[in-house]
Write a protein that binds this ligand. Structure first.
Ligand code: ARG
Length: 623
């Protein structure tokens, strides 16, 4: 099962092949001039170059093949089975070849320099849609077979408040994970917390200055450390920026922080106990935040988790001749022969022996490969500015021979700006906290629901839950409909609207279809399990849109671009809206047409629900 355009590509590709031209030049796609045709193939131009012919002549050759009924029946009868199946009479015609050919193309035309433009018959569309309706996967092929993919996103830092930027990494990472699962991968999300660098030593030594009497700092202490932290998460969050600033201003404090980091990494008992409090308090905060967004992880690792592996890896890298000594530090040169730009070596171990961000990332790759023998990809989602770091890490892992046949990919995101075009801030000019951002969007969602005078029978509790769903749809759709590497403007007023390209608009359309289908059921109308579609003028554009889903899914998978799916969901919702406005559905008197239209509505709903689900957005029962 595929999209209708892919099905046509198989047919037209075979026609190219029949003329000894490459099959892939027969690629067909939805026309970018829907006023001229439904589908187009541009391959004749490239084929003409190969064959040293005039492109229009090549195009004519292809059209001639396609118009030959025997060609169609010989080559591609399996593709036509659905049409015959859908055909009202159902019987296979004696002169099947002619039936098939006539059943396929309504028009076949050559335009301009050699474009081939197609319109397909309504029966062909109908036949295709009944197969899609009968498919649990809505025509999306499975491209993987349970191979593991680790998605590394979120990457929150211990003791540091989550901010708006985390929305980007969380929403994109979670969406990619869902996409990978649909494709057939065993996709696992790893939060990969920042819990092991200098910032840990900075906080430890700041606490040591403030509370020298705490047992964590007494090297001779042998008892049990307190189970609960003697400070709150808020205090921890406050001490961190002060500690960092202190180290900037005072070289002695920086030295102390470095020493504390080293000792922590070496396993000093009191420091580890104190550090564990940082982790526990931060995790509680992180879990509450991500639960509001409906995002989760399968792997709750941090940088520290691979600390025990570092000696082993250090030795392994040395044995493989990958590392070099550089003024007492250990580095991995990472220039590839094809690299045009300057690539600084990856710092693998500082001269004082401390591990770096690079150390833990290389070690994590090593660890993942050991832990997941079927790993096929590791995908990282962070701020764009970490691109060089990941290039270095990936190259180091390649040089070490750790990742043969494994895809490593960094997806970087841009900045979230406020309506003034500068990084999004609170009214007081501070960086916007993640939790405050979610609260603000929820409040706005409640306001919008009240304004919209939605279903009056909805009680206060359900309304709250709907507001939460609208807020999540707002946040995720805003995030995912923008291309990851671009900056975008966070405009709460615009993104919570029930009109325009927004999450709430999509929810509203989905709920509208759901309620229409409920009404139909109450009136005893049904679309049936394997519906028979009747496509007329009013149905055609929605019907054609419904043949496209697998193409958009594939494009989003291939390039890691959720915005492609957002675009499709929006087009589909709009397509439904015009369909709903332009034709009779429940009030249609012809029972066959009515059933077909209900089936179109049902399929639209399933596709919308599918895409929203991949985006991580749930649809309320009503609103
Ligand atoms: N903690 C890092 C940061 O805040 C992000 C971690 C991303 N993942 C990784 N494997 N490096 O920038």
């Amino acid at each position: 099962m595929t999209s209708l355009a892919q099905k046509l590509s198989t047919i037209v590709g075979a026609a190219f092949e029949a003329l000894d031209l490459p099959h892939e030049l027969g690629a067909v796609r939805v026309s970018d001039r829907p006023d001229l045709a439904q589908f187009q193939c541009n391959g004749a131009m490239a084929a003409a170059k190969l064959a040293r012919k005039n492109p229009r002549e090549v195009a004519q050759g292809v059209v001639d093949v396609l118009e030959d009924p025997l060609f169609i029946s010989d080559n591609l009868s399996s593709l036509f089975y659905p049409i015959l199946h859908n055909a009202k009479s159902g019987q296979k015609n004696a002169n099947q070849a002619i039936t098939m050919q006539a059943a396929l193309f309504k028009t076949l035309e050559i335009a301009g320099p050699g474009f081939i433009n197609f319109n397909v018959t309504d029966d062909f569309i109908a036949g295709h849609l009944s197969v899609v309706s009968g498919d649990d996967r809505l025509g999306i092929p499975q491209s993987a077979n349970g191979e593991t993919v680790v998605l590394d996103y979120g990457g929150m830092n211990v003791a540091k408040a989550m901010h708006v930027g985390h929305l980007r990494s969380l929403a994109i990472g979670d969406c990619l994970k869902r996409m990978m699962r649909v494709a057939g991968y065993d996709a696992l999300g790893d939060i990969h917390m920042g819990d092991w660098g200098l910032q840990m030593g900075q906080i430890i030594s700041a606490f040591e200055i403030a509370h020298p009497g705490w047992p964590y700092f007494d090297p001779g202490f042998e008892g049990d450390y307190p189970a609960d932290a003697p400070f709150s998460y808020d205090e921890l969050e406050e001490i961190y920026p002060r500690a960092a600033q202190g180290c900037k201003d005072d070289p002695e404090r920086l030295d102390a922080a470095r020493k504390a980091t080293m000792e922590l990494q070496d396993g000093r008992r009191g420091y580890l106990a104190l550090w564990q409090h940082f982790i526990d308090l931060s995790l509680t905060d992180i879990k509450a935040n991500i639960a509001r967004l409906g995002v989760d992880f399968e792997i709750w690792n941090g940088e520290a988790c691979v600390n025990y592996l570092i000696p082993e890896i250090t030795a392994d890298l040395a044995a493989r001749g990958v590392t070099e000594d550089s003024e007492g530090a250990v580095v991995i040169p990472v220039v590839r022969p094809e690299d045009k730009k300057e690539m600084p070596p990856l710092l693998f171990k500082k001269s004082d022996g401390a591990a770096t961000y690079g150390t833990t990332d290389v070690a994590t790759i090593y660890d993942r490969i050991k832990t997941y023998p079927k790993i096929a990809k590791m995908i990282y989602e962070t701020d764009l500015r970490q691109n060089l770091h990941f290039e270095q890490v990936f190259c180091a892992a390649e040089k070490a021979g750790y990742v043969d046949g494994i895809e490593l990919k960094h997806i970087g995101h841009g900045t979230v700006n406020g309506p003034d075009g500068k990084p999004f801030k609170t009214r007081e000019g501070k960086a916007m906290k993640f939790s405050d951002m979610v609260t603000a969007v929820m409040a706005k969602a409640e306001e919008r629901l009240a304004e919209a005078n939605l279903d009056e029978t909805i009680g206060i509790e359900e309304r709250g839950e709907i507001a939460r769903m609208v807020a999540v749809a707002t946040l995720k759709f805003t995030e995912l409909s923008n291309q990851a590497h671009m900056d975008y403007i966070f405009d709460i007023d615009r993104m919570t609207q029930f009109e325009g390209k927004t999450g709430p608009y999509l929810l509203y359309q989905a709920v509208r279809i759901k309620s229409l289908l409920r009404k139909a059921e109450a009136q005893g109308f049904e679309a049936g399990e394997t519906p028979h579609f009747v496509i007329g003028d009013e149905d055609r554009s929605l019907a054609l849109l419904l043949t496209e889903l697998p193409d958009h899914f594939e494009a989003a998978m291939k390039h890691y671009t959720p915005h492609v799916l957002c675009e499709y969901a929006y087009t589909l919702a709009q397509g439904f809206s015009s369909f709903y406005g332009n034709c009779h559905i429940l009030s249609e008197e012809n029972a066959g047409v009515r059933a077909s239209r209900l089936a179109l509505c049902a399929l639209t709903y399933r596709q919308l629900e599918f895409v929203l689900n991949v985006l991580g957005i749930d649809i309320p029962e009503r609103m």
